[in-house]
Design a protein around this ligand. Sequence first.
Ligand code: DTR
Ligand code: CA
Ligand code: ZN
Ligand code: ZN
Length: 317
Amino acid sequence: MKLPVSGRATVTAVVAAATLFATGSIAGAAPAPEAGALAAAPDIPVANVKAHLAQLQSIATANGGNRAHGRTGYKASLDYVKAKLDAAGYTTVIQQFTSSGRTGYNLVADWPGGDTGRVVMAGSHLDSVTAGAGINDNGSGSAAVLEAALAVSRAGYQPAKHLRFAWWGAEELGMVGSRYYVNNLSAANRARISGYLNFDMIGSPNPGYFVYDDDPAIEKTFKDYFTGLGVPTEIETEGDGRSDHAPFKNAGVPVGGLFSGADYLKTAAQAAKWGGTAGRAFDRCYHSSCDTTANIDDTALDRNADALAYAVWTLSS
Ligand code: DTR
Ligand code: CA
Ligand code: ZN
Ligand code: ZN
C-alpha cells in the first residue's frame, strides 16, 4: 500500500568507501566456467533463504519490532545483508538519503566482472512498515535476492554481463530509495542497465504465482521457468507503479519481477490451480504485526527464489 510521500525527500549521498574486492578464489570451489558460458542456474536452498528471514526477524524484534525507514531495525538489517555480501567478494556501496526528516539507506552490491556496459540488476525493498517485521513484505524478496547473490559467489559465476544487486530503503513511503538511486544515475549509467528485476512479496502464505508483464523478454524468462516446473502463472497487474521497478520503468529501463500476492482475495479458480484457500487474502498479514516468519509459504518462497536465480543466470549470460 503506498503512502503519499510526506515532506520533501532531500538527498545527501554519502557513498561509503567501496570495500576492497575479496581476493583469492573460494577454497575448493569448482573452476569458474568460461566467462559468458550459459551456465545452469543453481538451486537456491530455501533453508538458506529462511535463515536470512530468521535473522531479519531477530533484528526487528531487537529493534522495536520493525525494519521501518528511519528506525534502528532498518540499518541493522542493512548491515547484516552488507556483511554477507562483503564476505562473499562483492563491492558494496551504501547510499544515504533523507526522507520525511529521517535518514534512509540503499545498499548496492556489484559482482566484479562482466561487461559494465550491460548491467543486469536484481533488487528488493528491505524496509517494512512500522506495524511489524515485514517478513513477507519484504523480507522474502530481500532474503531471496541476497541468497541468489551469494549463490553467484559460491559458483564463481562469470557472466558476460555485469551483475548488480540492490536493497532499497523507504519503499513504503513511495519508492523513495529506488527513485533516489535512479534519479542520481547519469544518463550513461542509466543506459547501461539492460534490465531490472524486482522481488517484492514472494513468499505469501496463501500464494499466487504472478509474473510482471512489463518487459516481454523478462516476462518470458520467468514464465519459461514456471512452465518447466509445471506451475501456471498469471500476469501481475496489482502492483503497477507500486514497487521499486516503477522508477526504473519510468526511466526507460526494461523491468520485470515476481509477486505472490498481498491483500487481494484468492479466487476459486486460482485456488483450483494453485491450491490454498479461496476467498482468503494471498497474505492476510499484509502490513500487519502478524507478518512474521510464520507468515511464509516455503514452497512459494523456494520456487520464486529459484526462478530469481534462473532469471539472473539467463539474462546475464
Ligand atoms: N509490496 C507492497 C506493494 C505492492 C502491492 N501489490 C503489489 C504487487 C506487486 C509488487 C508490489 C506490490 C508494499 O510494499 O506495500
Ligand atoms: Ca530451491
Ligand atoms: Zn508494504
Ligand atoms: Zn513491498
